[in-house]
Write a protein that binds this ligand. Structure first.
Ligand code: HBI
Ligand code: FE
Length: 290
């Protein structure tokens, strides 16, 4: 949960919408050095692993290898492409605030960057996870539409239905950890994967995880873990197909989701359209031989 007092303590200038000023001039050599190290590592593993749309986004935004981006300048470029802007936030913001920003085509990006001893994993989204992981995909018009629709859906899920949990799963298994099927093979678009060197390799090449073709209700019933690699990845056929999903009747869907099963992250169901089943798979609930 977000501790509002601590946040206001640390960022007295924080605004009602939880945005702060980036103060780009305050980043020191060490912080730009962490960006430089992470950027270089990722650009070594992402060609032939990240989808072309992500790599094109990095290029269109003119992301510099050696410096943390200037949000205002990058937003001017991004806004011309898809109407999105980036706003600086201290870290996680409350759900309703997050969705309100997305619905207005503003992407909240953590202003801080992880320390050199935290290169492989951090709990809270920092500027590298948020900007390098999320912002390049916002340069893609259809994905940019999906993210706005997600924000609007999030506000509805919060206010009209008690369906935040289901919607958070949809975000998790697409925006954060989504894969896409391309003629040349599976490619990554999820931010949690593209901002992690180890998971960029694991998600596509390890025999361990399941890779299951996307189904909206299946994803919204599937739990997820935040502290380890994913046990299952979901595969979309195109960003257009993902966008089409948002036209479905979510009211009826939420009603169905209020009852019925939730699935464990590693489950594979008889109804699943499986791309590859992992070595740890629970087939139909029983523990398959590893
Ligand atoms: N805040 N800054 C930030 N970034 C997020 O990704 C984020 C958030 N608050 C809430 C939230 N995500 C989740 O509730 C959604 O993913 C559902
Ligand atoms: Fe994220």
């Amino acid at each position: 949960m977000v501790d509002l007092d601590a946040l206001r303590q640390k960022h007295p200038e924080i605004r009602d919408d939880f945005t702060i000023d980036q103060h780009w001039e305050r980043y020191g050599v060490e912080e730009h050095g962490v960006w430089k190290t992470l950027f270089k590592r990722q650009m070594e593993v992402l060609p032939r692993r990240a989808c072309a749309e992500f790599l094109e986004g990095v290029q269109k935004l003119g992301l510099e290898p050696d410096h943390i981006p200037q949000f205002e300048r990058a937003s001017d470029t991004l806004e011309k492409l898809t109407g999105w802007r980036v706003v600086a936030v201290p870290s996680l913001v409350p759900d309703d605030n997050f969705f309100t920003h997305l619905a207005a085509r503003r992407f909240p990006v953590g202003q801080f960057i992880r320390r050199p001893d935290q290169l492989d994993y951090i709990e809270e989204p920092d500027v590298f996870h948020d900007f390098f992981g999320h912002v390049p995909m916002l340069a893609h018009p259809v994905f940019a539409d999906y993210m706005e629709a997600y924000g609007k859906g999030g506000l509805r899920a919060l206010t009209q239905f008690n369906a935040l949990k289901n919607l958070a799963r949809l975000y998790w298994y697409t925006v954060e950890f989504g894969l896409i099927a391309k003629p040349e093979g599976l490619r990554i678009f999820g931010s949690g994967i593209v901002s992690s060197r180890a998971e960029s390799i694991y998600a596509l090449e390890s025999p361990s995880p399941n890779r299951i073709f996307f189904d909206l209700e299946r994803v919204m019933r599937t739990e997820y873990r935040i502290d380890d690699f994913q046990e299952s990845y979901f595969v979309i056929s195109s960003f257009e197909a993902l966008m089409e999903e948002t036209y479905k009747d979510f009211g009826a869907l939420y009603k169905r989701l209020a009852t019925g099963p939730s699935y464990r992250p590693g489950d594979i169901l008889p109804s699943d359209h499986v791309h590859t089943s992992g070595t740890h798979t629970y087939v139909g609930g029983s523990h398959a031989a590893a």
